[in-house]
Design a protein around this ligand. Structure first.
Ligand SMILES: [Zn+2]
Ligand SMILES: [Zn+2]
Length: 171
């Protein structure tokens, strides 16, 4: 320490200061830290790209960019990388698939041809079998057994068929 003080005291001007062992040590440490940071960023790029990109070639390009252009390459990767993790994309696709299957299971089937039909269809799009009757008041699809429209309270004449059964359920 005394040596450094002595040397800086003796030396006139910045040139000798930059030759001092203290300065050499500082630049060496700074370089070491910068190199370590650069390699850490390359490693981070590899780890992150592996979770977001399925194509090994694209992962290679991302890591190479991060390696060839220290710091900036990693920055560009961070901007351009896919926004989602692969596992999240997969999970969402599975969820959508499950929901679609669930909806498929809930949908009614045409009593004539068993084709899947929605509850608000008036007739089967496959075999033209009448499923519902349109309300004379509001046009909403009604169960043929209903005597009044639940949406607009219009009276609709119930067919003679399911009348007795319906009176038992709704006295
Ligand atoms: Zn049908
Ligand atoms: Zn109605």
């Amino acid at each position: 320490m005394q040596f450094i003080v002595l040397q800086t005291d003796v030396a006139n001007g910045a040139e000798s200061f930059f030759d001092s062992p203290w300065w050499n040590f500082t630049t060496l440490m700074t370089k070491a830290v910068l190199v370590a940071l650069w390699l850490a960023l390359v490693f981070w790029t590899y780890k992150d790209a592996k979770r977001r990109i399925s194509d090994p070639l694209m992962i290679g390009i991302a890591v190479a960019t991060s390696f060839i252009f220290p710091y900036l390459g990693t920055l560009f990767y961070a901007i351009l990388r896919p926004p989602e993790y692969l596992e999240d994309v997969q999970e969402r696709e599975l969820e959508i698939q499950a929901r679609q299957m669930e909806m498929g299971g809930l949908a009614s089937r045409c009593p004539a041809c068993q084709a899947p039909v929605r509850d608000d269809y008036l007739l089967c799009p496959n075999c033209r079998h009448a499923l519902k009757v349109a309300c004379g008041g509001c046009g909403k699809p009604l169960n043929p057994a209903w005597r009044a429209c639940p949406f607009c309270a219009t009276d609709v004449s119930a067919p003679a068929g399911g009348k007795a059964e319906e009176e038992k359920i709704f006295p």
